[in-house]
Design a protein around this ligand. Structure first.
Ligand code: ACO
Length: 325
């Protein structure tokens, strides 16, 4: 099998920032509640009219520049998102045109917060098999567009952003092991009930706020801790490694309490856990990739390091990945 690794990484976070103090004026909440329950202090929000492809484009441009790679040479573009520009065409197709990448096959991937890990795993298969030589994988979300700004249970949690990576065959390092999974019996505890073919958009669905994310947070919390722990253990075992070999864990950023509970169960010390949740909130498919991009930029990921990505979200889906940087 060909080794598949990262040629370049990039992120884009919208300029506008919404702080907990500003949220206090919008719903019945407090900075103290949000900080202690979630670890979030602020989040970035897309400007009016700014869509997932706009965020994806800026992140992709940075990743391509970082990789010193021309868009015209791209052979595959995968955009992991649950907030694409429109139901069809794919955001990846829109991005292809923005970038000027006419050779690339394009599709979107819907695996919620595990979308980026699913995306790099799919791209890895295409490259390892020789079907494509390279791939751009983007996690891009405008979650503010499906957030109910009157519901304090959810509106304090989410943010907007995008991260991108360029993947190709590498001589050293690369993706060592991935583990993906799903439990489709629990779709009811995290979903957007309106707007799909089950419940198409009508005045009634809009009036009932059915186009916004609905979440049984408390129920999800325990499942998230157990599933992320299991996914990390499974992917490490597949890779023939132990937790002592891991230099940095980059988890999905839904809640710092979930992340620290997972780290504790795995016996991984806090200093080996990368967090950007305080500044970004939960950006679904964009969370894991932006955290990776930032960890690299801060020098927390060095050549030869073993990185563990660990993500969980609506589906319920999960994805874990071991990378040698
Ligand atoms: N401000 C103040 N009080 C609040 C707020 C708020 N923003 N939100 C909820 N509360 C209240 C509740 O109404 C409840 O009050 P009550 O006891 O009077 O009924 C109380 O706080 C406690 O509510 P809980 O739901 O028990 O709070 P919990 O400690 O579980 O924290 C949270 C809630 C942050 C949502 C947590 O459960 C969580 O992070 N869950 C997992 C989220 C997750 O993993 N999602 C998956 C990925 S997301 C994706 O895929 C898009």
């Amino acid at each position: 099998m060909k080794k598949v690794g990262f040629l370049g990484v990039g992120e884009y976070l919208p300029e506008k920032i919404l702080t907990n103090q500003q949220l206090e004026k919008m719903v019945d909440t407090s900075d103290e509640w949000i900080t202690t329950r979630t670890g979030i202090k602020e989040r970035h929000l897309a400007a009016s009219g700014e869509a997932a492809s706009d965020l994806a484009f800026k992140a992709a441009q940075k990743a391509l520049a970082n990789a010193n790679f021309k868009p015209a040479d791209l052979e595959l573009i995968i955009v992991a998102t649950i907030t694409g520009d429109m139901p069809t065409p794919s955001t990846a197709a829109i991005l292809q045109n923005m970038l000027g990448a006419p050779k690339a096959a394009c599709f979107d991937l819907s695996a919620a917060c595990a979308g980026f890990v699913y995306g790099i795993s799919v791209a890895q298969q295409f490259i390892a098999s020789g079907t494509y030589k390279n791939a751009l994988v983007v996690g891009a979300e405008v979650l503010s567009s499906i957030t109910d700004w009157q519901d304090r249970n959810t509106c304090v949690l989410f943010g907007d952003g995008a991260g991108a990576v360029v993947l190709a065959e590498v001589k050293h390092g690369g993706i060592i092991s991935t583990y993906l999974g799903c439990d489709g019996s629990k779709v009811d505890i995290l979903n957007v009930p309106g707007g799909g073919s089950r419940n198409p958009a009508t005045h009634t669905t809009v009036d009932a706020h059915q186009h916004f994310l609905k979440m049984s947070g408390n129920e999800l919390f325990k499942i998230a801790v157990n599933t992320m722990t299991m996914a990390a253990q499974t992917v490490l075992k597949q890779a023939g490694l132990t937790f002592a070999d891991v230099d940095l864990i980059i988890p999905h950023q839904a809640n710092s309490r979930i992340i620290m509970a997972v780290a504790k169960k795995l016996g991984i010390p806090e200093e080996k856990v990368y967090l950007n949740i305080e500044r970004c909130g939960n950006m679904s498919s964009a969370s894991t990739v932006t955290a990776l991009v930032e960890a690299v930029a801060e020098g927390k990921v060095k050549r030869g390091d073993i990185i563990l990505l660990d993500a969980f979200g609506a589906g319920l889906v999960w994805g874990a990945c071991i990378i040698k940087w």
